[in-house]
Design a protein around this ligand. Structure first.
Ligand SMILES: C[S@@+](CC[C@H](N)C(=O)[O-])C[C@H]1O[C@@H](n2cnc3c(N)ncnc32)[C@H](O)[C@@H]1O
Length: 269
């Protein structure tokens, strides 16, 4: 099976439990709110929305938000619809499509967001799609982690081969040069986030077993079991108390602005 197929199967398997397995941070949403301060209403799209854990926060923090949630996985979008509806949110629609194939109305959004997903996309195509979707002066917010940040997580440090196997993450240098090469886009800010985390070893093992990062789906079953055993040994060696394992997670947010009219050949205005 190719990495792409493994990733797709992974998200179908995990759609119902994803939210409980991953940590959701409010700091990137507060950053976005501060940057969009002054807009009385916001029309936006979330590319690779998953099951909507960040979308709920966007609705809580942004005024009069109307959101288009784009994801290639229908199971994720079904969960998203259930989740947002259960919280009384109706100003959203879902689009089941790969970002690379999505056909959104041109120049009709104030922003495009993407959380923890751009490593699944062809980055220049993602930029092109987002640039066409937003109006002039509109913003693209990309929240992700770099290979270096990934290597410094608890998994990168102690789970054998985790950092080496995850080859999909984009480096900051690559993302910067691809933004610079894109017509009518300018990188305005790169914001770094660092979070103190703590968990029991038991919880960490449970997360890995649930394949809460798609990286774990890149291991063959037997290799995964061996690596998990190695992880437990490494953590027990490093931390005196397996009920108190501590580390830092890091992310970055790129804020990109559309500065010029993007050439749109053959597209409706
Ligand atoms: C790691 S999850 C992140 C989901 C969500 N943004 C979050 O932070 O909880 C990545 C999501 O991207 C979706 N995805 C992967 N490749 C995609 C593509 N080419 N186009 C659209 N969505 C894609 C997956 O189905 C999955 O829901």
């Amino acid at each position: 099976m190719t990495t792409d197929l493994k990733t797709r199967a992974h998200f179908s398997r995990i759609a119902e439990t994803y939210r409980q397995l991953r940590t959701t941070d409010e700091a990137p949403i507060r950053f976005i709110r501060d940057k969009l301060d002054g807009l009385a209403s916001i029309t936006a799209a979330d590319f690779g929305s998953g099951e909507g854990r960040y979308d709920l926060l966007l609705f809580r923090y942004l005024p009069n938000l109307r959101l288009t949630c784009v994801d290639s996985n229908e199971g994720m979008l079904a969960e998203l619809s259930r989740y947002l509806s259960a919280h009384g949110i109706t100003d959203f629609r879902t689009v089941a499509a790969r970002v690379e194939d999505a056909d959104l109305e041109a120049a009709s959004f104030d922003c495009v967001f993407s959380f923890n997903a751009v490593h699944h996309f062809h980055f220049p195509t993602f930029l092109d799609k987002a640039a066409r979707a937003i109006r002039q002066g509109g913003r693209i917010f990309v929240y992700t982690r770099t290979p270096g940040q990934n290597a410094r997580t608890i998994w990168g440090r102690f789970f054998p081969d985790f950092a080496a196997k995850e080859t999909r993450l984009h480096t900051l240098a690559d993302m910067k040069s691809q933004v610079a090469a894109a017509a009518g886009l300018e990188l305005v800010q790169v914001k770094r986030f660092r979070y103190a985390r703590g968990a029991t070893l038991e919880r960490l093992v449970g997360q890995a077993r649930s394949r809460h990062y798609s990286t774990f789906s890149l291991y063959a079953p037997e290799a995964f079991e061996t690596a998990l055993q190695g992880f437990e040994e490494n953590v027990r060696r490093e931390f005196a108390d397996p009920d108190h394992v501590g580390w830092h997670d890091e992310n970055i947010m790129l804020m990109v602005e559309r500065t010029l009219t993007v050439e749109r050949t053959g597209e409706p205005g």
